[in-house]
Design a protein around this ligand. Structure first.
Ligand SMILES: *[C@@H]1O[C@H](CO)[C@@H](O)[C@H](O)[C@H]1NC(C)=O
Ligand SMILES: *[C@@H]1O[C@H](CO)[C@@H](O)[C@H](O)[C@H]1NC(C)=O
Ligand SMILES: *[C@@H]1O[C@H](CO)[C@@H](O)[C@H](O)[C@H]1NC(C)=O
Ligand SMILES: *[C@@H]1O[C@H](CO)[C@@H](O)[C@H](O)[C@H]1NC(C)=O
Ligand SMILES: *[C@@H]1O[C@H](CO)[C@@H](O)[C@H](O)[C@H]1NC(C)=O
Ligand SMILES: *[C@@H]1O[C@H](CO)[C@@H](O)[C@H](O)[C@H]1NC(C)=O
Ligand SMILES: *[C@@H]1O[C@H](CO)[C@@H](O)[C@H](O)[C@H]1NC(C)=O
Ligand SMILES: *[C@@H]1O[C@H](CO)[C@@H](O)[C@H](O)[C@H]1NC(C)=O
Ligand SMILES: *[C@@H]1O[C@H](CO)[C@@H](O)[C@H](O)[C@H]1NC(C)=O
Ligand SMILES: [Zn+2]
Length: 307
């Protein structure tokens, strides 16, 4: 997950972080600035004790009945995705128009600020940030939400242990299709306009968050307390990682690693833009509605049979 860059990231490659006690350059691709260097360069948070991402060990995740369904507001708004941008570290889409999320045992309402993506090197070299029982998915989408009371002020949200809520969606290959789903074809069609760091274009009201997130059960998820996955790694994030992956065709997944540069046209392509997994955290999960529906049916039919 990426913080809103305002005030922290200067427009050079790689980004320069200016925190209260640190000034340092970070990146994914170079051993002099990749994630192995972050704990020593920004120990206050990047070497903390609730760092993200993590490997989710499914047999260690405990059922939490409080993890009810979410209320997603304006996720159907086709005007809410306003700008798509190559930051040099990710592809980021800015959200406007009162997009919000609450419920799901989140402590309050959160405003959705942006979403961005993490990927590897094409569909065959996976690059999700979270892993599940060691499995890394091809990509991961993060929707970044800030507690509404902070009105988008990242400094205030960073100082609250639940100041941000991140929604993580795995992306897996949709087999035997190309150019699917249509919403993802539309989104990826803009990558050719933002091949260089700092480039951005306006999106033209064609797709909503619901369009991009179609096809999965958003009541089935994991929950843990963690951090931003990029410097300065603030430990201020309530993580929700959905169990079911979104399905996107290989050709569209491949476009990310084939289109976007980390800097100008002579710079390397942006690939493997994810942080490696950090120390395990206690993970809970929502009850499986599917299993419970079948269990409910079983009980119901058994009751009929017993009469
Ligand atoms: C990170 O923290 C651990 C203990 O929590 C400590 O042993 C280690 O030296 C720290 N590393 C850095 C680079 O500060
Ligand atoms: C999973 O739980 C077992 C038993 O509680 C523990 O030994 C193990 O370290 C845990 N693994 C992770 C990755 O959390
Ligand atoms: C569920 O919520 C109740 C009431 O807030 C709380 O007492 C309980 O500890 C929560 N359970 C879990 C697993 O978080
Ligand atoms: C949808 O988003 C647009 C652009 O931000 C905004 O002007 C509009 O008010 C939003 N629609 C609703 C129903 O909130
Ligand atoms: C965010 O909040 C901090 C601390 O309250 C304040 O100093 C800063 O000016 C605020 N930033 C903006 C952009 O409002
Ligand atoms: C995709 O096509 C191959 C070859 O026709 C077939 O073996 C495979 O089962 C198909 N996969 C899916 C998910 O339909
Ligand atoms: C994106 O680039 C294509 C040509 O590659 C151009 O036709 C289109 O107008 C551009 N879109 C935007 C939103 O700038
Ligand atoms: C691209 O960036 C590199 C490193 O910053 C610089 O040396 C080079 O001159 C730039 N090339 C172009 C075509 O702008
Ligand atoms: C189904 O729901 C019941 C009651 O709400 C709960 O006790 C049970 O653990 C759930 N089963 C699964 C598999 O989540
Ligand atoms: Zn992210």
């Amino acid at each position: 997950m990426f913080w809103l860059a305002v005030g922290f990231v200067l427009s050079v490659t790689p980004p320069v972080i200016q925190g209260a006690t640190n000034t340092f350059v970070w990146c994914y691709h170079d051993p002099s600035c990749n994630d192995a260097t972050w704990p020593s360069k920004a120990p206050e948070f990047c070497n903390g004790s609730r760092q993200s991402p993590i490997d989710i060990v499914t047999k260690n995740a405990t059922l939490n009945q409080n993890l009810t369904s979410f209320t997603f507001t304006n996720f159907d708004n086709k005007s809410a995705l306003t700008k798509i941008e190559n930051t040099g570290d990710t592809v980021k889409v800015t959200l406007t128009g009162n997009v919000r999320v609450k419920g799901g045992d989140l402590p309050g309402t959160y405003d959705s600020m942006q979403f961005h993506l993490h990927w590897g090197n094409g569909a065959s070299v996976p690059g999700s940030e979270h892993t599940v029982d060691g499995k890394r998915y091809p990509m991961e989408l993060h929707i970044v939400n800030l507690k509404s009371q902070y009105n988008g002020n990242t400094t205030q949200a960073a100082a609250d242990s639940t100041g941000a809520a991140a929604l993580g969606f795995f992306i897996d290959v949709a087999e035997n299709t190309t150019g699917e789903p249509a919403a993802w074809k539309t989104l990826t069609s803009y990558l050719s306009n933002i091949t260089l760091k700092g480039q951005s274009v306006t999106l033209s009201n064609e797709i909503s968050l619901d369009d991009l997130l179609a096809g999965i059960d958003r009541t089935r998820y994991y929950r843990y307390l963690g951090s931003l996955t990029t410097p300065l790694c603030y430990e201020a994030v309530v993580w929700t990682v959905f169990k079911e992956p979104l399905k996107v065709s290989k050709d569209l997944i491949d476009m990310f690693a084939n289109s976007v540069h980390i800097g100008n046209s002579t710079s390397p392509l942006l690939i493997n833009c994810y942080r490696n997994v950090q120390a395990a955290q206690p993970v809970t999960h929502s009850s499986s509605s599917k299993i419970n529906i079948s269990y409910g049916l079983f009980v119901f039919i058994s009751a009929l049979w017993m009469r």
